[in-house]
Design a protein around this ligand. Structure first.
Ligand SMILES: [Zn+2]
Length: 251
C-alpha cells in the first residue's frame, strides 16, 4: 500500500548519487512533497520524461506518514509539459519561472487544491497558445491572492471605505491601496487601465484571457514582483533569467 496516491505536478528534480534523483512534487492530495526516484538517471529509467518540470503525473509514494522524504513508486505521465515549452524560448523560460514560483509558495505537506487547479490550468493554457506574458501576470496574481497577499481592489486598506474609480494608489505601510482622504501613498500607482486588467485576471479562466495593451499589463510586472519579493524575502533565479533573456531579445 502506498502512503500517498495522487495526481501531481513535477516542480523540479535534482540528482542524488550516481543513479537516482530527488523529485519535488506538487501533489493534489498532500501539497508539496519530496521523493527519491531510484534509478531515475539510468538510460533505461522507467520514469523517462515523466520527471520534467510541470509535467502532470499520477504517482504512488511510499514511506512513513509524515516522513520528509518519500520513495517514488509508480509515476504515470498524464500530460507532458513539453508541447507548451516547445512553443518557444520565452514560453520555456516562463514555465521555469512558474515552477520555481509554485515551489516557493507551496508549503510541504499542505494540500492546496486551488493552487493545484491554478497550476494545471496555466500549463494547459500555455500549451494552447495563450499569451505567455498574460499567463505570467495571471499566475502571479492568483498565487498572491490565494495566499492572502494581493491587496483588495475595492476597499481602502487604511479606512475600509470603498475606493473610487480611477487609478489605485498603493501604500507600503498599509499593505494595500488607500483613498485620497487617507493621505499620500508611497506608490506605486496602478493606472486605471491596469486596474481594469487586474479585474479581468481575477474573473476569467486563463485560456479566455486576451492579449492586453502594454499600458494594461505593463504596470503590473513591477508591482507583482515587489509583492512576491516581500513575501518570499528573496529573488527567484528563473525570474532574473527570463527578464535578462527578454531584454536581450528585444531590439
Ligand atoms: Zn481611506
Amino acid at each position: 500500500m502506498p502512503a500517498i496516491a495522487s495526481d501531481a505536478l513535477v516542480l523540479r528534480a535534482f540528482n542524488l548519487g550516481e543513479t537516482s534523483k530527488v523529485v519535488v512534487l506538487l501533489t493534489r492530495e498532500r501539497g508539496k512533497v519530496r521523493a527519491v526516484a531510484k534509478g531515475a538517471r539510468g538510460a533505461r529509467s522507467r520514469y523517462q520524461s515523466a520527471l520534467e518540470p510541470l509535467s502532470e503525473v499520477r504517482v504512488s509514494l511510499h514511506g512513513r506518514q509524515g516522513a520528509e522524504l518519500f520513495r517514488l513508486g509508480a509515476c504515470e505521465l498524464l500530460r507532458s509539459a513539453f508541447p507548451a515549452s516547445g512553443r518557444g524560448l520565452d514560453v520555456a523560460l516562463a514555465l521555469s519561472y512558474f515552477a520555481e514560483l509554485l515551489d516557493a509558495f507551496a508549503q510541504e505537506g499542505e494540500a492546496e487544491d486551488a493552487v493545484y487547479r491554478l497550476a494545471t490550468a496555466v500549463v494547459r493554457a500555455a500549451e494552447e497558445g495563450t499569451d505567455i506574458v498574460v499567463l505570467t501576470r495571471y499566475i502571479e496574481a492568483w498565487l498572491l491572492r490565494l495566499h492572502g497577499i494581493y491587496p483588495p481592489l475595492d476597499r481602502c486598506a487604511a479606512c475600509a471605505r470603498a475606493l473610487p474609480a480611477g487609478p489605485l494608489r498603493y501604500h507600503g505601510s498599509a499593505h494595500g491601496f488607500i483613498c485620497e482622504a487617507c493621505g499620500p501613498a508611497s506608490g506605486p500607482v496602478i493606472p486605471e487601465a491596469a486596474r481594469a486588467f487586474i479585474g479581468e485576471l481575477f474573473h476569467r479562466p486563463p485560456a479566455a484571457l486576451r492579449t492586453p495593451a502594454p499600458g494594461e499589463a505593463g504596470p503590473l510586472e513591477a508591482f507583482h514582483h515587489d509583492l512576491i519579493g516581500r513575501h518570499l524575502e528573496r529573488d527567484l533565479r528563473s525570474y532574473r533569467v527570463m527578464n535578462d533573456v527578454a531584454r536581450g531579445l528585444r531590439p
